[in-house]
Design a protein around this ligand. Structure first.
Ligand SMILES: [Zn+2]
Length: 226
């Protein structure tokens, strides 16, 4: 894994601990150069700890001890200062605005290596806390989106994936709320869940398959699911 240092001044001190969340993004800009420029521009007031280019180049922008500015207004498991608690990774991809496309193999391989290192350095990041930006900001964000290969990541020991769906009488909303989603906008939360865990149909409808997948995730996380 080739690491390039491109320090951004867009960070501050973490306000609370521990570091127990990992949040994945796409850059949503036309190319890597313009994304890096923006993540280093003091006027933009955005950053992330890491960026992974489509060719697998890994760029270090902000030291992991610092609070990078990637999540914005976000909530997970009641944590509302997601930036203080997380490591943020930007994946170069034009995103839904500029031509959303699959994440190429070299980029995914570099991400897996990078994430393994992050999980080793921050043991408090459990599988349930490896997240899409859309999971923590469902009403505002779509990234990294439905083309991101979460099952491949989970197969490499990074993040959760519902391997065995379970029939349940619980409502999807109650399962998602207990799992960590912010349900203030219920439809947005369901869409975020689908984008991550059931990308074949993203319609905001709480169907039986979604319930079964959420029940499986809940069981894997040691939560009530029946
Ligand atoms: Zn994002």
């Amino acid at each position: 894994m080739q690491i390039v240092d491109r320090p951004s001044s867009n960070f501050g001190p973490r306000r609370e601990g521990p570091i127990d969340l990992l949040v994945l993004h796409y850059t949503g800009m036309r190319d890597a150069g313009s994304a890096i420029e923006r993540l280093c521009d003091p006027a933009a007031e955005v950053s992330a700890h890491w960026l992974v280019d489509e060719d697998g180049t890994v760029v270090r922008l902000v030291d992991e001890t610092q609070r990078a500015w990637h999540a914005g207004a976000a909530v997970w498991r009641g944590i509302d200062d997601v930036n203080s608690r997380s490591i943020g990774i930007e994946l170069v991809n034009p995103g839904h605005e500029f031509g959303y496309r699959p994440f190429p193999a070299p980029q995914m391989q570099a991400l897996v290596q990078l994430a393994h290192g992050i999980l080793a350095r921050h043991a408090a990041i459990e599988p349930r806390n490896v997240l899409a930006h859309s999971d923590v900001a469902p009403a505002r964000k779509q990234d990294p989106g439905e083309l991101f290969d979460w099952p491949a990541l989970a197969a490499d020991g990074i993040g959760a994936w519902p391997t065995a769906p379970i029939a349940t009488t619980r409502t999807l909303s109650s399962l998602l709320a207990a799992y960590g989603y912010d349900l203030r906008d219920e439809t947005a939360a369901i869409i975020a869940f689908q984008r991550h865990f059931r990308p074949s149909r993203i319609d905001g409808v709480a169907d039986a398959e979604c319930c079964a997948l959420a029940a499986a995730l809940s069981k894997q996380a040691g939560l009530d699911y029946l």
